[in-house]
Every structure is written in structure tokens, then in C-alpha cells.
Unconditional design. Sequence first.
Length: 73
Amino acid sequence: MAFKGTLVIDTEKCKGCAVCIEGCPQKVIALSKNVNGKGYNYLEMINEDACIGCANCAILCPDGVIEVYRVKV
């Protein structure tokens, strides 16, 4: 059974620590070149079709700014 995932990222609370990036097995996320209101480069999805909804990124995020949703395909 295959799963498709998507992320909802609170970009204003993201500090750009990049801990979540190392935990993503599909290399779906990266730091944006843009900055949020606090001046941090925030997290964004770069390869949405590859996300499997494993939630590793959300588990690793020290600030809890990532929500993961997944559906069966």
C-alpha cells in the first residue's frame, strides 16, 4: 500500500535550524531562500510528489512547526 504525504509548515515560527532536513528519507524539504518576519530562512517543500508522509520531519522539529498529512493512493 502506497502513501502520499503533504506538509503544512508554520513559516513564521520556523527558525531554519534544518534538523528536519536530515531526517527526510525522500529529500522533500529544504530551507527557502526567502526569510520570515524574524529573518530566518524557513522550511519549504521542494519535491512534493516524493513525500510519503512518514512524519520524520515533524517528529524531529524542535519547535513543532510541521504538520504532516498522508493519504492512501
